[in-house]
Write a protein that binds this ligand. Structure first.
Ligand SMILES: NC(=O)c1ccc[n+]([C@@H]2O[C@H](COP(=O)([O-])OP(=O)(O)OC[C@H]3O[C@@H](n4cnc5c(N)ncnc54)[C@H](O)[C@@H]3O)[C@@H](O)[C@H]2O)c1
Ligand SMILES: CC(C)[C@H](C(=O)O)[C@@H](O)C(=O)O
Ligand SMILES: [Mg+2]
Length: 358
């Protein structure tokens, strides 16, 4: 059966990196029998500029109909002074929420060829393979009340609410336990239960769930310590489960252990396993339009799409192997380069992966 894939390139480097990921999908369709149909829709600042809305109705409708979404990146200084609901970021948040994409998987894997680019010493990161499971449709990103106003004394004020109900915690918790069970069998739940009521509920629910997964070793860590441990001894972690905001921050930290944020893919899944696939990084306005962005996070997101939604684990393996082989050949975009290797443009890196897959 033909799978419908919606490409939402977005802003900044989004279109550049999506172009390379689409070339990968095309070669898989042409040479490896992947049965797909591609469509494209506007999102983010590009959609604000042309339709006055970061997630226009027709884009949302197309997203609902798709079997999987390939998302580039959104945002940029051009739209930073827009009201909150007209900012590109709110289009992405609405998309996640409307599609029920509550489980965000962010694997931080060090390709051995890139040990030089990691922020940490080789011996500390060699073999690094962490899965961060981030809750994506709740917490302080979506909690009500949220807003801004003026105090009685006439001072400006603003507020957000970090709120979870137990069902939201149960569904992400179950997903995380299942993922941990299929990996190294260790799950670390990251919270701030020493201070926040919402974190105490999070911890209580994780403990309750643990009884159904006796084969998974559950531990808890406060988020400040987790941030420190990630850069002190990251290999102590196998699977991490955490809330929306903490997961956002910890996944960017984990990115630098792998050499560059340009290496980190992600999958955002609903209850049925349908999903949106996007690099963890943003629109990188500082390098947009220069053809230097690393497309590997997006190409590796295609691999996650193949594995989790299209049920073509065989092709996912091929894409991941191709990435390794291209790195073996010494090809590097600027963010992961070293003295001995040649610098590749976004397009050259994408082209090398495509050639490898032919
Ligand atoms: N999922 C998303 O669409 C997403 C994610 C994060 C940030 N954003 C948005 O992106 C905009 C810029 O945010 P930011 O600068 O804080 O984060 P960013 O991730 O866009 O960039 C941070 C740094 O990483 C570099 N970088 C990012 N991706 C890279 C790649 N593929 N190759 C090489 N270098 C890369 C950038 O050049 C920059 O120096 C903001 O509007 C933000 O809201 C969007
Ligand atoms: C752009 C922003 C809304 C988004 C988030 O905070 O979730 C981004 O930082 C991410 O990591 O996907
Ligand atoms: Mg982020």
């Amino acid at each position: 059966m033909t799978s419908r894939i919606l490409v939402m390139p977005g802003d900044g480097v989004g279109p550049e990196i999506c172009r390379e990921a689409v070339r990968v999908l095309d070669v898989l369709a042409h040479d490896h029998g992947l049965d797909i149909e591609l469509d494209e829709a506007l999102v983010g600042g590009a959609a604000v500029d042309s339709a006055g809305d970061p997630l226009p109705e027709d884009s949302l409708a197309a997203a609902r109909e798709a079997d999987a979404i390939l998302f580039g990146a959104i945002g940029g200084p051009k739209w930073d002074s827009q009201p909150r609901d007209k900012r590109p970021e709110s289009g992405l948040l609405r998309l996640r929420s409307e599609l029920g994409l509550f489980a965000n998987l962010r694997p931080a894997i060090l390709y051995s060829q890139l040990a030089h680019a990691s922020s940490l010493k080789k011996e500390i990161v060699a073999g690094l393979d962490i899965m961060i499971v981030r809750e994506l449709t709740g917490g302080i990103y979506f909690g009500k009340p949220a807003g801004q106003g003026t105090t009685d004394a006439g001072r400006r004020e603003a507020w957000n609410t970090m709120r979870y109900d137990e069902d939201e915690i149960v569904r992400i918790g179950r997903r995380a336990f299942e993922i941990a069970r299929a990996r190294g069998g260790r799950l670390c739940s990251v919270d701030k239960a020493n201070v926040l009521d919402v974190s105490q509920l999070w911890r209580d629910v994780m403990n309750e769930l643990a009884t159904a997964y006796p084969d998974v070793e559950l531990s808890h860590m406060y988020v400040d310590n987790a941030a420190m441990q990630l850069v002190r001894a990251p290999k102590q972690f196998d699977t991490i489960v955490t809330t929306n905001l903490f997961g956002d921050i910890l996944s960017d930290t984990a990115a630098m252990l792998t050499g560059s944020i340009g290496m980190l893919p992600s999958a955002s899944l609903d209850a049925a396993g349908c999903g949106m696939y996007e690099p963890v990084h943003g629109s990188a306005p500082d390098i947009a339009g220069q053809g230097v962005a690393n497309p590997l996070a997006t190409i590796l997101s295609v691999a996650m799409m193949l594995r989790y939604t299209l049920e073509r684990g065989d092709l996912a393996d091929k894409v991941e192997t191709a990435v390794g082989a291209v790195l073996d050949r010494g090809l590097r975009t600027r963010d992961i380069m070293d003295d001995e290797t040649q610098v590749a443009s976004t397009q050259e890196m994408g082209g090398a992966i495509v050639d490898m897959l032919r």
